[in-house]
Design a protein around this ligand. Sequence first.
Ligand code: IVH
Length: 591
Amino acid sequence: MTSSTDFDPEARIASLRDQVRFHLERYHRDDAPVISDADYDELIGELRVLESEHPELVTPDSPTQTVGAPVSTLFAPVRHRQRMLSLDNAFNIDDLTEWAARLDRRLEGEAGIDAYVCELKFDGLAVSIVYENGELVQAATRGDGRTGEDVTHNIRTIGEIPAVLAPPKGTAIPEVIEVRGEVYLRLSSFDQLNRAQVDAGNNPYVNPRNAAAGSLRQKDPNVTAQRNLSFWSYQLGELVSGPELDSHHATLDYLRRLGLPVNEHARLVTNGVEGVIAFVEEFEARRHELDYEFDGIVVKVDALSVQRELGMTSRAPRWAIAYKLPPEERTTKLLDIFVSIGAGGSATPFARLEPVFVGGVTVTNATLHNEDQVRAKDVRPGDTVIVRRAGEVIPEVVGPVLADRPDGLPEWTFPRDCPVCGVRLVRPEGEARTRCVNYDCPRQVRGRIEHFAQRTAMDIEHLGEQRVDQFVTLGLLADPGDLYTFDFDALRELDGYGDTSIDNLADAIETSKSRPLANLVFGLRIPHVGGTIAELLATSFGHLDAIATADADALAAVDGIGPVVAEAVYTWFHSPRNLEVIEKLRSAGVN
Ligand code: IVH
């Protein structure tokens, strides 16, 4: 047991620095991070707090005081003409407001700052590109901020980056201009690249940032050229014999005029931090609208004179801040993979995870979609995995952190038999889905009855999922038709069923007999027949028997019903098992 008095800040700081340096190298040098950005932010955040509590322990080489990671030896080093800085972070609106207040205090005696430029914080790789007399002469990664890697040849392959500046008449070409910006990958290009990776038998990239970094830092520019990289410019380094620029928004306009891509969402706000907050809220809501990822909002003081006055710390300018959006990716342990059988029989693999807070909720299960996806991602129980929850979508496992895989971890194989009924699972040729085709599988039996009883179908009150499960398990129900000959006496022997609850259930079943035909048709759970099609069938044929005896052509003749649906309906009504159900409904006097 460690008590709080045992806590040794010096040792903890040393350990945190080691960990942070390790992860910086994985991220910047290898393009293969082994923890999520959010987990990294937590580590460095703890280090910052400890250092601020123990200023005597701060050293100039602490990762809190430096930028990026040591430069790799894969590329020639390039000394930056001006240092490439990092940005301080804000994790919530309070941090933002405090930052703005701090600036106002520093500028004491002057009116508060009203004009800021808000930009998206693109999730890619920072580069510096130098043009001399309009010609691209050198491009480098950020590296440790002072020295980067020479990626000129690779940058030249990016179509969005002009090889030669071509401003309109009236705008002169500067003698030297150093443009800074982010190389990134559009989501559509990322999907395309990963499909190709998998087809070629390679591991897919876990996210667009890693893919962009991996694609730019290629020894062979021909590889980079195939990756469809994109670029946003957002900052000016050196400028020789260019126009007098006095604001950041004028700088962006200038970059645009020179033919460099500048993101269209960059916005000048003139009502201070209020305007900044409005921008943040707007883009938090629009996070998933764009074809590229952004993981935050960068806020910059607009007036360059004020920027100069504010200056910088050892690693970041005071005049800018990065507001981080809540993380959508986290790393956690994959405890197990289990297969869940859906109401219709489809077998879906799910990951059981060590609980992790991601995308605003605690996630314990995440979908793995299907057998091929598990194979492509090669995730195995016992792996550390990256979990992602973007927006409202179901959480998914992005991939394993291979560097953390324990030796000899066995591959996971899809189970042969249905985990519910034990019958052999089937994967039809050419389909991604594996399914349980056992009509009597208790999961499917329950699924059919739940579907039949739901509000938009036969609307049988007092028959929730738990009861359906119980009745199926006890053998009281095998299909929806059994509801109408239900043995209510059997319930009297069970816990939790008094006269009232039994009467209520009996009444509810009785009442359901007079539901409209469309509700009944929908309730039968015929493949492809949703509420709208059920309504069409009911109005066109008027009676269940008429639908049941119609041939596929007659069904397809109904406006709004295509051949696939017609075939599905015809097949359903010609299955002996389904006809049994219909017979039970008919003899019970269901409408
Ligand atoms: S400005 C001195 N603007 O974020 C300011 N950076 O965490 C330099 N980034 O190294 C950066 N989008 O790679 C700026 N609109 C944006 C950005 C942006 C993404 C990256 C950039 C930088 C990192 C700092």
